[in-house]
Design a protein around this ligand. Structure first.
Ligand SMILES: Nc1nc2c(ncn2[C@@H]2O[C@H](COP(=O)(O)OP(=O)(O)O)[C@@H](O)[C@H]2O)c(=O)[nH]1
Ligand SMILES: [Mg+2]
Length: 430
């Protein structure tokens, strides 16, 4: 079953959004339904709904606490995907992505590893953002950190080999109607307030922007002599259907993309065009429900040929499985593929003397493929200048069997003019 992850920093509105979605799609609504898959999930929704219905907001999740919510999303009567939301504290999300600690995961606490694994294992990732963290944030550094966390997380997700879908969801949109009108739409708001995310992911049309108002609207009440904005109890929620449908659509598109790739890989294997076709075959592990590859109906006269072809495919697949299982020991077996020679990278920073951008650095890119069991791998590179100066960089990656991930290691302190020699290795982390 395809996996969908819903993530965002603290206060973005995860608890309220998931509760309102679970409540809205508890029964079939326009063909969509969300079925809780754990007692913890249904209990959590009931508890939060009681608080919201009583005209209050749920308490925020304390740092260090990890509550996993899990539903099955059904569209038109059929299960489409597992929908999961981790009730994490946003500090963890920022630490992982804004501070780029995801690059050295093996050294991080269990909880952060779990969060990274959760996002890495998902096929569709919904990134939640509260515009207040961008349009209303007085602290420019915090605003930058919030934006960088989303931008870097999207980069990280989309850098990975298997096909994925991401979307950017503006939560609490009931509060930003006027701002949206002034800017001319949600995409324009993204362009204005999250320019890096917009330029890198939204403008090309690969990441759509969806706005949701989970509680629909709020009213101001006075409690203990202080004005307080609380749900107005009308539940004129907006955007929930759009988000649920986008998720369903994305999963369908991904399934057909994976099917096509898989059919292509089988064809290439049959044609003998590739000596090791299984290495490039897409990872089907998260799409168990895809079913057989459509091959068309054989005519009577071609039935024998069809049976032979089917038998050949079955034998081939069994052979590949057998070979894979023999290879797959208890450890990952990392293989570095396509390491590029170092090239200069310019982030568009200021220009210094001799017209050399001051923020240029050497970058080495490549891919690491796992020919063994599921596990952690450290990609390590040593760059050496002619002057003998060296610099070392590494990144830790979690790889599923057969998975290929891109990596990039940047060397910023080496002298710009001297192109370094770089040696790249990958080792298993225990
Ligand atoms: N106006 C409005 N406020 C919301 C909405 N959802 C959440 N909020 C506000 O955002 C706060 C944080 O929401 P919550 O779901 O607890 O965020 P989480 O930390 O991501 O789980 C709530 O206490 C509300 O004040 C919404 O749909 N509309
Ligand atoms: Mg919460």
């Amino acid at each position: 079953m395809a996996q969908v992850a819903i993530v965002g920093t603290e206060g973005v509105g995860k608890t309220v959004l998931m509760t309102m979605m679970a409540w809205a799609f508890k029964r079939d609504r326009d063909g969509v339904r969300m079925i809780p898959m754990s007692r913890q999930t249904s209990e959590h929704v009931a508890r939060v709904w009681t608080v919201l219905n009583g005209g209050d907001w749920p308490p925020s999740t304390p740092q260090g606490q990890l509550l996993a919510l899990h539903w099955e999303l059904h569209v038109d009567g059929a299960p489409v995907c597992d929908l999961r939301c981790l009730e994490i504290a946003g500090q963890d999300f920022r630490r992982l992505f804004a501070d780029e600690e995801v690059n050295k995961l093996a050294e991080l606490p269990e909880q952060l590893q779990q969060l990274a694994g959760f996002i890495q294992g998902a096929d569709v990732i919904v990134f939640l953002a509260n515009l207040r963290d961008f349009a209303g944030e007085a602290d420019a550094q915090r605003e930058d950190e919030n934006q960088w966390a989303i931008k870097f997380a999207m980069d990280w997700v989309r850098r990975q080999a298997r096909p994925r879908r991401c979307c950017l969801v503006f939560t609490q949109s009931d509060q930003f109607g006027e701002l949206k009108r002034q800017c001319g739409g949600w995409d324009k708001l993204a362009e204005k307030y999250l320019p890096y995310v917009y330029s890198a992911h939204v403008s090309a049309g690969t990441v759509p922007v969806i706005a949701v108002a989970a509680v629909g609207g709020t009213k101001v009440v006075v409690r203990d002599g202080r004005p307080l904005r609380v749900p107005d109890g009308k539940w004129l929620c907006k955007g929930l259907d759009k988000l649920a449908k986008w998720i369903g659509e994305s999963v369908r598109e991904l399934k057909s993309e994976v099917k096509q790739q898989f059919a292509g890989a089988v064809q290439a294997a049959l044609a003998g065009a590739n000596d090791t076709p299984q290495k490039d075959a897409p990872n089907l592990s998260s799409f168990e429900t895809i079913g057989p590859i459509p091959m068309g109906r054989p005519s009577q006269s071609s039935a024998w040929l069809f049976s032979c072809a089917t038998a050949a495919i079955v034998i081939l697949l069994l052979g590949l499985l057998f070979a894979a299982s023999r290879k797959s020991s208890q450890q990952p077996i990392p293989v570095i593929v396509n390491p590029t020679p170092p090239f200069t990278k310019d982030d568009g920073g200021p220009i210094g003397e001799d017209n050399i951008p001051l923020d240029d650095w050497w970058a080495v890119r490549g891919q690491v493929r796992n020919d063994g069991a599921n596990g952690w791998v450290r990609v390590h590179a040593i760059a050496r200048c002619q002057s003998g100066e060296t610099e070392e960089k590494s990144v830790d990656l979690h790889l599923m069997p057969g998975e290929k991930l891109d990596f990039e290691l940047d060397f910023k302190t080496l002298w710009y003019f001297e192109k370094p020699e770089v040696e790249v290795k990958a080792n298993v982390l225990r």
